[in-house]
Write a protein that binds this ligand. Structure first.
Ligand code: UTP
Length: 297
């Protein structure tokens, strides 16, 4: 019988150099789309998918991230005094039950695979999810929940996948497709950051994974891959070598690469426009700004 997936690993130990100087003192995951930090989107998505245990792989300088989930009694008291029930509800969404959240340290940023491996003792011998907070996905049904439903049918390993333009493939892990079944593809190989013209397809892996505990075993080898880093893609590809199934899942939704400045700005626009309290005014501002720029050119 397939085991229910109740644990998720959030690797947040990267240096975030693309957002310097901001990331000199604030973790990237605390940066906000409108008014919610990236980490909140990831946690909400995990909860919607039935995750009950949250494992953060952190590093030096990430204490603001750890504090984010604590109760805030003084703030709460001040809001209650002013009868701000709507804000109290917002605050409640940030709280984590004691013991539901755990932090492990990655001593040195040696790659995503290494970061996931750092969570091995907390994950144990169970299937687990991995969420990269940089990838924010706007969807009617949260992406990880869609994947859990697919996993119920397939078992094995399921990775979120998305078509990318050939010129962009070298920035991703790319799937070598054995069989295309529509929303699911069966994978016969995976290549991390393929050289130009060498990508096996244009289907790229995005930051959501449901993985068998075997992947942790493969990571034990701590094999260095593309870019001199220990790659999660290589450990998942090892599953295929051992005859265990790996599926790519074409999720329904729009993914924003919030690890890049352009992606972060695009997500800010999309989430700003989608907000009931802001969308109209913000949309008006954007239309006027674009029209003014076009007229000036
Ligand atoms: P990125 O490749 O985006 O690296 O990592 P980064 O350090 O966050 O950002 P840049 O490239 O310097 O701007 C993808 C995800 O994997 C985590 C990151 O925190 C991010 O969520 N990661 C990466 C780790 O936790 N440890 C690592 O050694 C590498």
């Amino acid at each position: 019988m397939k085991r229910k997936v109740t644990k998720a690993v959030f690797p947040v130990a990267g240096l975030g150099t693309r957002f310097l100087p901001a990331t000199k003192s604030i973790p990237k995951e605390i940066m906000t789309l409108v008014d919610r930090p990236l980490i909140q989107y990831a946690i909400d998505e995990a909860r919607a998918a039935g995750i009950e245990e949250f494992v953060f792989v952190t590093s030096r300088g990430k204490s603001a991230l750890e504090d984010y989930f604590d109760d805030a009694p003084e703030l709460e008291a001040a809001l209650r005094e002013k009868n701000k029930t709507d804000l109290l509800a917002v605050l409640a969404g940030t709280y984590m039950e004691s013991g539901a959240i755990a932090y492990v340290r990655q001593n040195r940023a040696q790659g995503l695979g290494h970061a996931v491996w750092c969570a091995r003792q907390l994950v144990g011998n169970e299937p687990f999810a991995v969420i990269l907070t940089d990838d924010v996905i706007a969807a009617d049904k949260p992406c990880l929940q869609q994947m859990m439903e697919a996993y119920e049918e397939t078992g094995g390993n399921v990775v979120a996948a998305m078509e990318v333009p050939p010129a962009k493939a070298s920035s991703y892990g790319v799937l070598d497709i054995a069989e295309d079944m529509g929303s699911l593809v069966r994978v016969r190989g995976m290549v991390e950051k393929p050289k130009a013209g060498e990508a096996p397809s244009n289907l790229a892996v995005i930051g959501r994974y449901i993985l068998s505990p075997n992947v942790m075993t493969h990571l034990n080898a701590r094999k260095v891959g593309a870019g001199g880093e220990i790659q999660l893609t290589d450990a998942i590809a090892q599953e295929i070598v051992q005859g265990n199934p790996v599926y790519g899942f074409r999720f329904r939704g729009q993914r924003f690469d919030c690890g890049s400045k352009a992606g972060f700005l695009q997500a800010t626009v999309a989430f700003g426009l989608a907000r009931e309290d802001l969308g109209e005014e913000f949309g008006q501002y954007l239309r006027e700004t674009v029209a003014l720029r076009a007229a000036a050119q």
